[in-house]
Every structure is written in C-alpha cells, then in structure tokens.
Design a protein around this ligand. Structure first.
Ligand SMILES: Nc1ncnc2c1ncn2[C@@H]1O[C@H](COP(=O)(O)OP(=O)(O)OP(=O)(O)O)[C@@H](O)[C@H]1O
Length: 354
C-alpha cells in the first residue's frame, strides 16, 4: 500500500529552491535521505511535516492530500538532531506531551510499555538534563512514537551519539519501528545508518532529488559520478565464520576480515570499510601487520585533486582506497602493480543483513 506520495514539490526559501521533488513510499518503507550539507534535506523533511508552505506540488499521505493541512493534523512525527525535549518536564511528561491531546485513557500504561521497549522505563521520573545523550535520544523517539504517527521523520537523530550508543540506538529503533510497521524517513550523514536501517535511499543535491531507489541500486549502480563519489564507502558481502570475545571473522570472496563488531556465526552480513581507512603498500607488509591484509592488483588511479582514488581488485572483490599524492609517490605505484591493502579491525564495520 502506498503511504506517501510527493508529487513535483517546489519550495522557495530566500535564495534556496527545492525543485521538482517526486517519490513515493510504501507502508513500512525506511527511506534514508543523504546529500551534501545545505542541499535541502531538512527543508524537504520540514515541508512534509508541514512547517513550510509549498509553491507547487502535492504531499499525499494514505491517499489524503495534506499539502495545505496544518502540521498538528498531519499525524506525522519528527525527531530532531538536538531532540528538542522540554527541559522542565519529566521524561514521562515529555513522552505524554503530544499523546494527551489525542488520547484520554490508558496513557500511563502506553507510555510505560513504550519506555520499556526503548529501555528507558527506569527513567520516567527524571528530567532531560540528567540523562545521557543516548537516553535523551530514546526519549525523543518515544515521544514521537507515542502518538502512533503514520510517518516518522528523523533529522540526524544519532549524530550526537558515540559509536557504541549509536549501535544500541539503531537496534532499539529498528525493533520499535518493525513492531509498529512505521514508515520512516531518516536524514543521515552516516552511510552505516542507511545500511543498517533503510531499504530505500534518496540523494539530494542543490535542491534536486538526483537519485531515488533501493539501497543496493544506489550503492552498486549510482547514476552519476557525484553519487558514486558521495557513497564511496566499500561494501562487501560476507559470512561470519567466527565470533567470540568482541571479535568476529568474516569470509568475503575467499579472504578473511577480522572486525571488532560482533555478529552471529553463520549470518550473512555486509562489511563496510571507508576508502580513507585502508593503508596500501606495494610490497608485502612486515610482521607488524598480521591481520586483514588483502593481496590485490591496482587497476586504476583516479586523480581527485588533493587526493587519489585507487581502484583495487582481488578475484571478484573491488575495493576503493583514498590516498594522498605523497603516499602514491612514496610507493611508486602504477596501474597493474600488486597492492597490499591493510585495514585495522576497528575500521571493518559489520552491518547485519536487514
Ligand atoms: N528559513 C530559511 N530561509 C532561507 N533559507 C533557508 C532557510 N532554512 C534553510 N535555508 C537554506 O536552505 C538550504 C538548505 O537547507 P537545509 O537545512 O535543508 O540543508 P540540509 O541538506 O539539511 O543541510 P545539512 O546537511 O547541513 O543539515 C541552505 O542553503 C540553507 O541555508
């Protein structure tokens, strides 16, 4: 069932122009919006929630034209980067804030259940400034989910969280939205968020939607050089063959990569490695590097101004590595040379299959 249809949306804001945005989402879809800073991601989100008047186009939710509807009547939830919690209210009152307007009975039980599922059930009496960033983030999420929005919008909800807390927040969010079948649009700068949570992705640049589609499609068949560069993270398919004591080994096309992320043995996973986190050497590395060494061939060197992007190939695996011109010259690399790619276990990030 189609939940959201954005038809040819145009919004003028001072010098900025969001132009001709069209896409649709099915119920239960999870869309990640990515794009450079200032490209219009937040404006798009805020126009869906009803904060900006549209110059042209339509916003339709569950078949209902909401283009000119007041924000409070749209039943769309939003979670901001800074969480926007009410400082003088307890956690309970923060979560109950919007709910009280639409529900009179059973509020206490509903909030308790929701808070328990997000692991903040023990914090209901506390004020926001006594909470950690991760706890505040979950309160903001609980507040948005309490009103059972038909669409949940999130603007970089994890950006203030450290890696560990972010992983936990992703896990709880994923569970909460799966339990409710909520449709989500999530702006993120972190492609791992997109890989871990989304099934669709939209790329916005200069107020235009330049690609919209399934995750795999955008990463493996970007429709422009800009998108290819923008999503330049290496994503490899693999299977976990060992996992214990905070360390996993993933088999990827005949070689093995160790990661500090844990995942169940036997599970299919994707491994994300940022191109700038790979060290590349022409000669086999010494004993100081015992793990995560891939013998590859350098197939292409692309000059990108201050840096170079090296394309490496090992059997069926293609890896991109970002290096400085200095590093390239020191190694005297040429296309066709052997290249040993080395990556730290901390930089091999496991993304479970969703
Ligand atoms: N109220 C406003 N009036 C005029 N221009 C605005 C207004 N709000 C935002 N803009 C401009 O619109 C453009 C898009 O802003 P937006 O916040 O949507 O970008 P973004 O893609 O979310 O960026 P970031 O990733 O940095 O959060 C920017 O150039 C911004 O300066």
């Amino acid at each position: 069932m189609t939940l959201l249809e954005i038809e040819n949306l145009h919004i003028h804001l001072g010098e900025f122009y969001l132009q001709g945005i069209s896409f649709s989402l099915e119920k239960g879809d999870y869309l990640s919006i990515i794009g450079p800073t200032g490209s219009g991601k937040t404006i798009l989100l805020e126009s869906i929630v009803g904060f900006w008047a549209t110059d042209k186009g339509r916003i339709i939710v569950e078949g209902e034209d909401l283009t000119h509807e007041l924000p409070e009547r749209r039943r769309i939830g939003i979670v901001y980067q800074d969480y926007a919690l009410l400082p003088h209210f307890t956690v309970f009152k923060n979560i109950a804030y919007g709910l009280k307007k639409i529900q009179k009975h059973g509020i206490k039980e509903k909030i308790k259940d929701l808070a328990t599922s997000l692991n903040i059930g023990h914090l209901l009496h506390r004020k926001p400034d006594t909470l950690s960033g991760g706890e505040q983030q979950r309160v903001a999420l609980a507040r948005a989910l309490a009103v059972e929005p038909r669409l949940l919008l999130m603007d970089e909800p994890f950006s203030a969280l450290d890696l560990q807390t972010r992983n936990e927040a992703r896990r709880l969010l994923k569970q909460a939205i799966q339990d409710r079948g909520t449709t989500v649009i999530h702006i993120t700068h972190d492609l791992e968020d997109a890989w871990a949570l989304a099934n669709k992705i939209a790329v916005i640049k200069n107020g235009h939607l330049i690609q919209f589609g399934a995750m795999e499609e955008i990463f493996h068949r970007p429709n422009s050089q800009f998108i290819a560069d923008f999503v330049g993270v290496n994503i490899l398919d693999g299977q976990v063959i060992q996992s214990s004591l905070g360390m996993s080994t993933v088999r990827v096309n005949g070689f093995e990569l160790m990661s500090r992320d844990e995942a169940p043995v036997g599970s299919r996973v994707k491994v994300a490695i940022r191109p700038e986190n790979i060290v590349v050497l022409k000669a086999p590395p010494g004993l100081e590097y015992a793990k995560n060494i891939l013998k590859t061939t350098l197939t292409q060197v692309v000059n990108q101004g201050n840096t170079c992007l090296l394309h490496l190939k090992s059997q069926e695996t293609f890896i991109k590595v970002l290096v400085t011109h200095n590093a390239l010259e020191m190694n005297a690399f040429c296309e066709g040379n052997d290249a040993y790619a080395i990556v730290r276990q901390d930089d091999v990030r496991i993304i479970p299959e969703s």
